[in-house]
Design a protein around this ligand. Sequence first.
Ligand code: HEC
Length: 118
Amino acid sequence: MSKQIVWRFSVATRRMTFLFFVIAPLCCQAAAAQTAPPESREDQAAENVFKNIQAFKGVRAGDLQGAMSFIASSLNVDCDYCHEQDFSKDEKKEKLRAREMIRMVRQINEESFQRNVA
Ligand code: HEC
C-alpha cells in the first residue's frame, strides 16, 4: 500500500470516527428530547384533562379531585349534590351556583390579595 493510500484511509477513518462519536450522540440527544414523555396527566391544566372546566382553568388537573372532595366535605354533601352520572354535564343548578362561587373567590383573591389560587 502506498503512503498516499494509507493517508487517505486514515483521513476517512478519522471522519467516520468523528461522525460516530460526536455527531451521532448529538443527534440521538435531540431525538430523545423530542420523544421525551409528555407532561403527566396530573401536571397538566385541568381544562386539558377534563371536559368542562370553566372556573378552575389553570388549576393543576391532579388537584381537582382534592378540591372537589374539599368542597363536598365543607358543605357536608356528596358529589351527587352537584353532579349527575357524567361529572362534566351542567345539569344541576347547585353545580352552576358552585361555579359562580368558585369564580367569585378566585376573583377576590386576585383583586384583593394579588393571589392566583383556586
Ligand atoms: C358544591 C358543588 C360540587 C360538589 C359537591 C362537587 N363538585 Fe365536582 N364540580 C363542581 C363544579 C362547579 C365543577 C366545574 C368546575 C369548573 O367549571 O372549573 C365541577 C367539576 C368536576 C369535575 C370535572 C368534570 C369535567 O370533565 O369537566 C369532576 C371530575 C368532579 N367535579 C368531580 C367531583 C367529585 C368526585 C365530587 C365529590 C367528591 C364532586 N365533584 C363534588 C361542583 C361540585
